[in-house]
Design a protein around this ligand. Structure first.
Ligand SMILES: Cc1cc2nc3c(=O)[nH]c(=O)nc-3n(C[C@H](O)[C@H](O)[C@H](O)COP(=O)(O)O)c2cc1C
Length: 287
């Protein structure tokens, strides 16, 4: 998938793009995306949950079916939308976000812009556009197209409001052996870059709810979520679970590039939690 490009460099350079060029997608980019989203292996998470990703072309925000796909003015000149569909269950959302973020990194490698969206779009209009199967739900979408060269004032203001460039430092996110001891970069050994990629990933409202505990023997990395109280409650799903799937994808893509072998497991080590908002999700175990 990485077309000889460095996924780590791509992850370092990615940022959410909300203003696009009016140019349509090239035929080859369009075909590459179709190929990607129709390949079954790209849609299955590490525990076997499978979602669906649909491509919708738009002209002035109107689909070919004539449906207006709304983003409340957040997105300018999108050329396509990639729409995610999965079950509204904890691990379905987790695994779906993992697969969807790998697509986001692939699009970034193609020099296409993306912006993960869970809230500021009309879910209703996208549901009408796509035929939802029983039990399917739209957890997220991303607009895409070639980024507009000049960043809009609106984009800059929005980045400021959500503090998009304000990524939390290591000592607020990563722990060593237990939650009692922050993890120092120098002690992360070969997992330093995969862990750093988690830190640089996108998250809903840039809340960065991921918390990692690296085991003392450095063989396991446990992923937790620190929920933001009442976040996304009104939307009827736990949007922040998606952030943890994103963290898994960022971590795994870095490991793959660095030839660090391991696998995902759900095996709660039963560590003492720092507060009642923190919940265990998944662990990465070195082979
Ligand atoms: C699950 C998720 C949902 C998001 N929902 C929205 C959204 O509804 N509208 C929006 O403008 N940005 C949305 N974002 C983008 C975040 O605001 C953005 O990722 C964050 O501010 C960090 O900026 P960066 O992506 O440029 O690193 C979402 C991101 C994630 C991961």
């Amino acid at each position: 998938m990485s077309m000889n490009k460095s996924a780590i460099e791509t992850m370092k350079n990615r940022q959410s793009i909300r203003a696009y060029d009016t140019k349509k997608l090239s035929e080859s980019d369009y075909q590459r995306i179709i190929e990607y989203i129709t390949a079954e292996e790209n849609l299955i998470g590490p525990f076997g949950n499978k979602g669906r990703i649909e491509l919708v072309q738009v002209t002035n925000n109107i689909s070919e079916k004539g449906i207006k796909l709304g983003t409340y003015g957040f997105i300018k000149n999108p050329q396509v939308y990639l729409v995610g569909l999965c079950e509204n269950k904890k691990y379905s959302l987790l695994e779906f976000a993992y697969t969807f973020h790998k697509l986001v990194i692939y699009l970034t490698e193609l020099r296409l812009g993306t912006c993960w969206m869970g809230g500021t779009f009309s879910r209703n209009s996208f549901e009408r556009e796509l035929q939802l199967a029983e039990g399917e739900f739209i957890p997220c979408i991303t607009p895409s197209g070639y980024p507009q060269q000049k960043q809009r004032v609106f984009d800059k203001a929005l980045r400021y409001v959500v503090k998009a460039d304000n990524k939390k430092p290591w000592d607020q996110l990563f722990y060593d052996g237990s939650f009692a001891k922050p993890l120092e970069k120098a002690n992360a050994a070969q997992l330093e870059i995969p862990i750093e990629m988690v830190r640089l990933g996108p998250s809903a409202s840039n809340k960065q709810p991921w918390r990692l505990v690296l085991s003392e023997d450095r063989q396991k990395c446990h992923f937790y979520i620190e929920h933001t109280p009442n976040y996304s409650k009104s939307l009827g799903y736990d949007m922040q679970i998606l952030d943890i799937g994103i963290a898994m994808a960022q971590f795994e893509l870095a490991c793959a590039e660095l030839d660090i072998k391991g696998r995902w497991k759900i095996a709660d080590p039963g560590l003492e939690l720092p507060n009642s908002l923190t919940e265990y999700m998944v662990s990465w175990t070195q082979d």
